[in-house]
Design a protein around this ligand. Sequence first.
Ligand code: NAD
Length: 265
Amino acid sequence: MDIKSYVKEQKELLKEEISKLEVLPSFVIIQVNDDPASNAYVKGKINDANEVGIHVELRKFSPIISEDDLISEVKKVNDDPSVHGLIVQMPLPKHINEELIKLTVDPLKDIDGFHPMSLMSPCTPKGIIDYLKHENFNFVGKNALIIGRSNIVGKPMAKLLLKEHCNTTMTHSRTTREDMEFYVAHADIIVIAIGKCAFLDDSFKFKPSAIIVDVGINRTEEGLRGDAKRDLPVALQTPVPGGVGLLTRLTLLKNLMEAYYHFTK
Ligand code: NAD
């Protein structure tokens, strides 16, 4: 099933599930910047929530808010039993310590999965695993290659693929071209998240049975593009746009439901 149809189906199931609940699942988004990219992400999250019947409230603050005041705002949501999830939209202004704010969010309400003790996994890696499981991908003993070692995608992706019993390798900006070619050629599944348009291209050799999961989002003159060139000679390649981004958004809603049931069951 393609990702768009999968996400549509999953959202319909969520909507049905939520319509039967007595207490509405609810989350708060705290936003401390006004840049167009963040506004677009926040709008997408609000639309997704509304679509399935989840209550969402946006609390927007001036970028000159002090770190202490922001911490108080986070704690207010932590302490509010009527709210099940909290997102602090990143990035934060430079005078605020992002790591400190991430650690202030109640791990049980941390639907982004950024807190080390979070009940939930980060949305992008979890969304990828859920989708591949739905497609009956057999992870056991497969060679998984993750290109990119960020805290929100690469590292948690490695953890989840290991949990699925993949032979898991990570490469990054310091990996030599020769080694990169070696790992790519041996990979059964490649998850790339580096933010470099068409980094994976025809100059690499792939297993014809390989799967490429393209996380990258690059704004080009032709529109949004991934980290892999389109139509590479592999068995399956997720598209950009209309691929992993949709899985990430879906997983935020699923994480909220996980938090909701934690508090209400
Ligand atoms: P990042 O931007 O924080 O870090 C980039 C990573 O890529 C680093 O680990 C670095 O080592 C690696 N890297 C950079 N150049 C490289 C090279 N030439 N070869 C190998 N590795 C290299 O990472 P991020 O936050 O995971 O974002 C990566 C991309 O994924 C961005 O395009 C971002 O927009 C996108 N993204 C998409 C989603 C989604 O839902 N689709 C979610 C998160 C991030």
